[in-house]
Design a binder for this molecule. Structure first.
Ligand code: ADP
Length: 430
């Protein structure tokens, strides 16, 4: 009918969904995660390890001392407030620091300590007396490269002889020059140019090659080929390390082309139990009825903190506006915001400055707010065909309140998240 057609066309106009948007979104999401994350995520699962040589002993460490790090690095690690290795670091660090160096593919959700691990490996392997690049680290975007660079700087704080340079567009170097920094971090295109075209870097002298955020990387046209071309210029004995938050087949295929004879480490996401969660629903016939129902329980939900999920940023914006008009103080987390703005909203909410956060699924993915005691599905999550999306529902209401999604969002991309489903779903309150 005409009204649902109108809703549909509105929805289409609301979010121009192209593949590129989705890809950009992945990198932005990853950056957001890094900006708001200030500690490790909880994970009680065992790491799964697949060794290249199953007969070689598997080492795992419970302390940083056991790794026999250079004192300057141990100081750097403790200076960052790390007391002991994270789950994934327990196994990944001894593997990465072993002699001869071992190749590694590691997968675990964001916030489990991957970056800190490979930064420590890079810093351990460089020889500061040699004034030429020895470690290359490629990241999907400039902003993500900067974040990793910050970790290198923090961890290497007491090791100033080791220097770092960013291979990113805009960082123009004089033709014919040779880099003296031991660590180069950047995006694949510029890194490749610096190795192959301008020869600022001698790839034959590289000892460690890190490819970070492989799942985000392969979402960008060209990054995969560029990364493979860089990899091919490196010596055989160069240590190859690849990290990813998710591991669908495309990532796996790519990983195997980058990392020959790998050891593989995987850490499953924490299972969520619903034993302690009470769920309620209210049947409503229209958006206005849903709004009324929400107002009726508003007093109860704001005793602690609440997150309200809408299907589109348009609905989220509308709802936040209506709630404000009713005199309620709410925060809105919307897709239109810059990543930094989003991080600021989340920080305020986490600090308890705002009691209620209205958001869409896309925006809230990965947010982990322990003190949230009520989750409201103003719109139930549905996939792009309008079918119930149980997994997203569980992640929204899960006890860890970590709004992770399966995979990298093949099925749960922005398309579904940011589109208004033409039919109104009954609102469900939980
Ligand atoms: P990932 O790369 O998997 O997303 P990070 O290395 O960025 O994870 O670590 C996530 C957060 O946990 C960061 O704030 C980091 O400083 C912190 N962190 C990493 N390793 C440890 C550790 N061993 N102990 C305490 N905090 C850690």
């Amino acid at each position: 009918d005409s009204s649902s057609a109108a809703a549909k066309s509105e929805a289409d106009g609301d979010s121009k969904t192209t593949d590129d948007d989705d890809k950009e979104d992945k990198a932005a999401q990853s950056l957001l995660n890094k900006l708001i994350r200030n500690n490790l995520v909880n994970n009680t699962n065992q790491v799964e390890v697949l060794q290249k040589d199953p007969n070689s002993p598997l080492y795992s460490v419970k302390s940083f001392e056991e790794l026999r790090l250079k004192p300057q690095l141990l100081q750097g690690v403790y200076g960052m407030g790390f007391n002991r290795p994270s789950k994934i670091q327990e196994t990944a660090l001894p593997m990465m620091l072993a002699e001869p160096p071992q190749n590694l593919i590691a997968q675990s959700q964001s916030g489990t300590g991957k970056t800190a691990a490979f930064v420590l490996a890079m810093l351990s392997h460089v020889d500061p007396n040699n004034k030429y690049p020895q470690c290359l680290c490629v990241s999907p975007t400039y902003e993500l490269a900067l974040q990793t660079g910050k970790v290198i700087e923090q961890m290497g704080k007491h090791y100033p002889e080791v220097r770092l340079v960013y291979a990113i567009r805009g960082n123009k170097l004089q033709r014919g020059m040779k880099l003296q920094e031991q660590i180069v971090i950047g995006t694949p295109g510029t890194m490749l140019d610096w190795c192959a075209k301008f020869k600022f870097i001698d790839p034959k002298k590289i000892k460690v090659f890190v490819l970070d955020e492989a799942d985000v990387m392969i979402a960008t046209q060209g990054h995969q080929d560029q990364s493979i071309r860089i990899q091919r210029m490196l010596p055989k004995n160069c240590q190859m390390l690849l990290f990813s938050a998710t591991f669908e087949e495309t990532v796996w295929n790519f990983a195997q082309r980058i990392v020959p004879d790998p050891n593989i480490i995987k850490l499953k996401r924490e299972e969520e139990t619903l034993d302690t969660i009470k769920q309620y629903y209210v049947l409503c016939n229209s958006r206005e009825e849903k709004f009324q129902a929400l107002c009726n329980v508003y007093g109860a939900i704001t005793i602690a903190q609440a997150m309200i999920f809408c299907h589109t940023r348009k609905t989220a914006g509308w709802l936040a506006g209506e709630l404000s008009r009713e005199g309620h103080q709410v925060a809105l987390l919307s897709g239109e915001m810059q990543v930094e703005q989003r991080a600021a909203v989340i920080d305020r909410f986490r600090d308890g400055k705002e009691k209620v956060l209205v958001t869409t699924n896309v925006c809230a993915r990965g947010i982990d707010v322990e003190q949230v005691s009520v989750v409201i599905n103003f719109d139930l999550p549905v996939d792009k065909d309008g079918n119930p999306d149980n997994e997203t529902y569980l992640h929204r209401i899960g006890p860890h309140r970590s709004i992770w999604q399966k995979g990298t969002g093949h099925q749960h991309g922005r398309q579904q998240d940011e589109h208004e489903h033409p039919q109104q779903d009954p609102g469900a309150f939980q």
